[in-house]
Design a binder for this molecule. Structure first.
Ligand SMILES: *Cc1c(COP(=O)(O)O)cnc(C)c1O
Length: 404
């Protein structure tokens, strides 16, 4: 049997390769950070990590993780409800709930699991889920596992959302679901307007703050902070794998009864291991640090504004961003690949994104800014982009010429 299957897989893989869609992984041999070393020996500046606050190799988090290794050992060898709950898990859940102004939190191995396990236990076939068309793959998969009637609205399009809410009036409960920050464009969900529509059409809201937690809002509480809606949204999901230390883990935080029900019925929680105590310990430290100071958020916001300003002045076409994601638009898939490769030669590690990750003819390089970046890093990145951009003829003519 395997021979037939093997040749089938080989053909499929060749097809992916021929379409120019084959993903290759670069290998990093240093800790994650602004400056990284890859296995070719090259040292490059990293502009494509979700390491928004520069915490991936933060000394205090590493120390907190080491301390828990000594006090709590390596693994839990259990799901939460059997013997996989430590005092550190409970403390982290409490801290995350406080951070977002919510009532309780449930931890998962990843936000992919949080989203995969949030809909099916809460909603049934009498209910409706109204979902943004650009929501993360894990939300799409989670919605698929749930029997609720599905409605979809165009990305951040409030007229369309209103239409879908009208169409969903016959259902018992309505839940609007949106990413906080959309990862390809860097735009935020218009949560103020979503909130108004939810009130008008009697719906609840769930926001996935994976790219916005730690990043958006003055103190990094996410899109709910940006729109002054702290504590007013029913459900927030998020990850510990991005700004929050970058290791592993996800969470759902929200109303008490919602979290209570998820602990009883959410399948990725009931049937999958709990996160290692060392990750919970570092997570606790992370929330404490974020509650003490805004230093990292401030630096991230300054860095992002600086980078966007310099790139616009250099003549690049940048999507308006409200996060730490800057989409440098190139439109052509091959061009985005070529540009990323040339930038790596200049010591800048970025990735080109093209169909099917973004719409056809909307290829781009996504630059992710971090609080770990210093001015010199940002300047080097802009200079490299400008050099390569000139070579490839992608700068807007009439670029000011003073920035090269
Ligand atoms: C990254 C991301 C996830 C997945 O998070 P993991 O913890 O890595 O599984 C889920 N939702 C959104 C919006 C994301 O950006």
């Amino acid at each position: 049997m395997y021979e037939k299957f093997q040749s089938f897989l080989q053909k499929e893989l060749t097809g992916i390769e021929e379409a120019g869609l084959f993903k290759r992984e670069r290998i990093i041999v240093s800790p994650q950070g602004a400056e990284i070393k890859i296995n070719t020996g090259a040292e490059v500046l990293n502009f494509c990590a979700n390491n928004y606050l520069g915490l991936s190799n933060n000394a205090k988090l590493v120390a907190a993780a080491k301390k828990a290794l000594d006090s709590h050992g390596y693994g839990m060898s259990s799901v939460r409800f059997i013997c996989g709950t430590s005092d550190l898990h409970k403390e982290l859940e409490k801290k995350i709930a406080e951070f977002f102004g919510m009532e309780d939190t449930i931890l998962y191995a990843a936000c992919f699991d949080a989203n995969g396990g949030v809909f099916e236990p809460l909603l049934g076939e009498e209910d409706a889920i109204i979902s943004d068309s650009l929501n993360h793959a894990s939300i799409i998969d989670g919605v698929r596992l749930c029997k609720a009637v599905r409605y979809r609205y165009a990305n951040a399009d409030m007229e369309d959302l209103e239409k879908q809410l009208q169409a969903a009036q016959a259902q018992r409960f309505r839940l609007i679901v949106t990413d906080g920050v959309f990862s390809m464009d860097g735009n935020v969900a218009p949560l103020d307007k979503i909130y108004e529509l939810a009130n008008k059409y009697d719906a609840m809201i769930m926001v996935d703050e994976s790219h916005s937690a730690g990043v958006v809002g003055r103190t990094g509480r996410g899109v709910t902070e940006l729109y002054n809606l702290k504590g007013k949204i029913e459900i927030i999901t998020g990850t510990l794998g991005k700004a929050f230390g970058g290791a592993i883990g996800g969470f759902t935080t929200g109303k008490k009864e919602v979290i209570d029900m998820l602990r009883q019925r959410s399948r990725p929680y009931l049937f999958s291991n709990s996160i290692p105590p060392l990750v919970a310990s570092a997570g606790i430290k992370m929330v404490e640090m974020m509650s003490e100071t805004n230093e990292l958020q401030d630096k991230l916001h300054e860095n992002t504004a600086y980078f966007v300003e310099k790139m616009l002045a250099a003549g690049f076409d940048i999507k308006p961003t409200q996060s730490a994601i800057c989409a440098v638009m190139l439109y052509d898939a091959k061009l985005s690949q070529e540009m990323a490769a040339k930038l790596l030669n200049e010591g800048i590690y970025v990735i080109g994104f093209y169909y099917p990750v973004v719409p056809k003819d909307k290829a781009r390089i996504r630059v992710q800014i971090s609080a770990a970046h210093e001015r010199a890093h940002l300047d080097k990145c802009v200079a490299a982009f400008t050099k390569v951009g000139k070579e490839l003829g992608v700068l807007k003519s009439g670029g000011c010429g003073c920035c090269s």
